[in-house]
Design a protein around this ligand. Structure first.
Ligand SMILES: Cc1cc2nc3c(=O)[nH]c(=O)nc-3n(C[C@H](O)[C@H](O)[C@H](O)COP(=O)(O)O)c2cc1C
Length: 406
């Protein structure tokens, strides 16, 4: 890709040098633009030496207002396949969110038709300020991506949110914008779980959840469409897709048994099923009669399908989970990613009313590197394709990273 990398005036600007170096090593062409404040933290010489391309910016030597037969900001805006701002100050976010263009970087940001990705970094107070959050929401509404900052000790000495995301997470987010090499998924065996599980109380009653399985089925189809061999373990009532080997299951225990039978033969796991966490302690052989007094139901835990499979995987197998949370969704999902040892988790914010039984949905991917820009809102079929494309990129990059000389 041809990437314009905007570097604005924060202490984390020094990390942009590593980002520029790694992008260049990965075969991208990178042209840096420094803001005037950015140039106080890092030199254009460092950036142009690492990228082999001129570094542009506010300093007259860097040519912002240099007499030029081609109009520089428009040329750059057209040249870019992607514009990344890392680190992005509150000031730079505010300018673009409000259509202001007082310097080269902000002008390119308004002029470009390429996708734009922001990696904010700032003091926690600034990050949590409603004005900054409103500006970010505005950028997201333009279709711009945001790599969420992490938490930690900041340069100002405070501890909290606002630390520039790891370079690895920014690189992963950038990969999401390239043309995917879908061939990496061809012939791969992928175990997909989808739908709700059902835990019976008696011959007529059951405990379940509101998942339909539509997202998991869309994922099964999307992996099938790029040539993967999909083994689908399906709960619920939706029809199985063609071209996919499907095993129908009812309870969490059935789902685990079906998955364990296939897991050793698979390259990866996409665990999209909404597995019931509890089941009634006793399954009554006959329909339980109603009584007049208060009634209670004793529940016990079901097996954790995802954690069990993830714990049994070989180093060459990958595991992707899903999290549907109604509050603190990113924190809960990060904890789930870590405790279950997953390669990625895709977070559904069910409080926003999108997820179960709806057509359009948004998923936020989290990997051990960090929180990546949201996929969507998109109809579930398109969203599933976006997940597959993102994952193909990730597999491709990690395959290439293992080759000598990468
Ligand atoms: C030492 C120092 C560190 C700064 N760090 C940050 C930062 O991390 N994030 C931020 O938003 N602003 C930071 N600022 C403030 C910005 O540099 C200031 O808002 C500037 O106008 C940003 O200009 P730019 O967005 O054009 O680069 C810092 C300022 C100083 C003096």
């Amino acid at each position: 890709m041809q990437i314009v990398l905007g570097i604005t005036g924060g202490v984390a600007a020094y990390k942009a040098a590593e980002l520029a170096r790694q992008l260049t090593n990965q075969g991208h062409r990178v042209r840096c633009i420094l803001t005037e404040a950015g140039a106080r933290f890092i030199t254009p010489l460092a950036l142009s030496s690492l990228t082999g391309e001129p570094c542009l910016g506010a300093n007259p030597d860097m040519g912002e207002w240099r007499a030029n037969p081609s109009v520089e900001h428009i040329e750059l805006a057209r040249w870019a396949d992607l514009v990344v701002v890392a680190p992005a100050t509150a000031n730079s976010i505010g300018k673009t969110a409000n259509g202001l263009a007082p310097d080269l970087l902000s002008t390119v940001l308004l002029a470009t038709r390429a996708p734009v990705l922001w990696a904010p970094a700032m003091n926690t107070g600034m990050w949590e300020h409603p004005a900054v959050q409103a500006n970010l929401a505005r950028l997201r509404s333009f279709g711009h991506g945001v790599v969420e900052p992490g938490e930690g000790v900041l340069a100002c000495g405070e501890e909290g949110a606002g630390k520039l995301a790891d370079v690895g997470a920014i690189l992963e987010a950038i990969q999401m914008y390239g043309t995917p090499n879908l061939a990496v998924l061809q012939g791969r065996q992928i175990l997909v779980t989808a739908g709700p599980t059902r835990e019976d109380l008696d011959p007529v009653r059951t405990l379940s959840n509101r998942s339909t399985g539509a997202m998991g089925l869309a994922l099964a189809r999307a992996f099938r469409d790029v040539g993967a061999r999909v083994h689908l373990v399906l709960g619920g009532d939706l029809p199985a897709p063609w071209g996919v080997e499907t095993m129908r299951v009812r309870s969490a225990q059935d789902m685990l048994a079906a998955c364990e039978a296939r897991w050793a033969d698979c390259d990866g796991l996409v665990a999209a099923a909404a597995v019931a966490d509890q089941r009634p302690e006793h399954l009554a052989a006959e329909k339980v009669k109603k009584t007049d007094g208060p009634e209670s139901l004793v529940l016990v835990r079901t097996p954790d399908v995802l954690a069990t499979l993830a714990s049994k995987r070989r180093p060459d197998q990958w595991a992707m989970g899903f999290a549907a949370e109604s509050e603190k969704h990113l924190d809960h999902a990060k904890a789930k990613l870590k405790s279950k040892g997953l390669d990625a988790i895709l977070v559904n914010d069910i409080q926003s009313g999108r997820a179960f039984g709806t057509q359009a949905n948004t998923l936020i991917p989290i990997t051990p590197q960090g929180v990546l820009p949201a996929l969507g809102p998109l109809p579930k079929e398109r969203l599933a394709q976006a997940v597959v494309q993102w994952w193909a990129h990730r597999l491709d990059v990690s395959d290439r990273a293992q080759q000598p000389g990468f």
